[in-house]
Design a protein around this ligand. Structure first.
Ligand SMILES: O=C(O)CCC(=O)C(=O)O
Ligand SMILES: [Fe+2]
Length: 303
């Protein structure tokens, strides 16, 4: 771990983004994430896994049109449904630091009441969005924003969303590396972020920027002549929330069956305690186990 350093830009005190590796202790990671709202994990994904993922993605990305002017970016291509397009996506979401941080910050205990009893329950973790974001030369910087606005999250307040932007190419100050404001996850709702406060998440291909949905950030401007910047975004949220990208509809059941159980659960095929997401009052994984499952063909075990 390299400790965070303060540097002075004219009139603005900026916090650098602290860097870890896959071998870092989860407690150290969580301490800095809690303080800064973002960290970089170097060499999070091996070159071999990244190569496999990008080879699978390439034909889809080729066919992806640019977005619209404004937030999506009219010199930016966004290709979603990554679990349907590359089985290598599993290795991104199964990163122990990513999942360890989600476990630490997104699973607060809740006292579920029934009569006089109070049962403490923790939500499950599930995938909210998957998206490859390719920023082309000429794309201006995106407005700094909080991703968790989607969940109507007020701040300062509890975390609802944890995202990693994995670098599919090197991220440089010139090619559109993500801009982020360390510490801004604690800002109130009225404070407006300015580009002067943001630092650039420069990192090598395979590294990742891990940040809370409450952190102000945005895609950087691509000022190169001919370099595209590729990010692979995967976010995690709590099981009782709605997925931003509907994984049930975009990943076919036969593809879901190819993933290990842990990934199936992250895609939403588990109950979030106490009982959110059941099918016929069973674990939703029943639809994967029975090849021809339909509600009509499967009488409820509860009669
Ligand atoms: O591409 C990036 O660096 C960030 C994109 C982003 O934050 C978003 O689209 O919500
Ligand atoms: Fe964002």
């Amino acid at each position: 771990m390299r400790p965070s350093q303060k540097s002075r830009a004219p009139g603005v005190l900026k916090l650098a983004i602290t860097r870890f590796t896959n071998d870092s202790l989860i407690d150290d990671v969580c301490e800095v994430l809690d303080r800064d709202g973002c960290i970089i994990i170097e060499d999070m994904i091996s070159a071999d896994v990244m190569d496999r993922f990008i080879a699978d993605l390439a034909p889809w990305l080729e066919r992806t049109p640019f977005g619209e002017q404004g937030f999506s970016g009219d010199r930016t291509r966004r290709c979603s449904a990554l679990f349907a397009k590359s089985l290598a996506t599993a290795e991104f979401v199964q990163n122990p630091i990513f999942l360890g941080a989600a476990d630490a910050f997104l699973r607060p205990e809740f006292p579920m009441a029934a009569g006089e009893k109070r049962q403490m329950v923790k939500p499950s973790i599930q995938i909210s969005v998957t998206q490859a974001i390719e920023i082309w030369p000429g794309q201006p910087a995106q407005d700094l924003h909080r991703d968790d606005g989607m969940y109507h999250a007020y701040h300062p307040g509890p975390q609802t969303l944890l995202q990693t932007l994995f670098a599919g190419t090197d991220f440089t100050a010139k090619n559109g590396a993500t801009m982020a404001i360390p510490g801004s996850h604690k800002w109130d709702m009225d404070r407006i972020p300015t580009p002067q406060e943001a630092v650039c998440a420069e990192m090598r291909r395979g590294s990742g920027l891990l940040y809370f949905g409450s952190l102000y950030h945005g895609g950087g401007a691509n000022m190169t002549e001919d370099e595209r910047r590729l990010a692979i975004a995967i976010s995690l949220t709590q099981g009782h929330r709605r997925q931003e990208e509907n994984q049930y509809l975009v990943v076919p059941k036969e593809t879901v069956r190819k993933y290990p159980r842990q990934v199936q659960e992250l895609l939403g095929y588990q109950v979030s305690p106490p009982y959110c997401g059941w099918v016929e009052m069973c674990c939703p994984s029943i639809v994967l186990e029975e090849t021809d499952f339909t509600v009509a063909s499967s009488p409820s075990p509860h009669g």
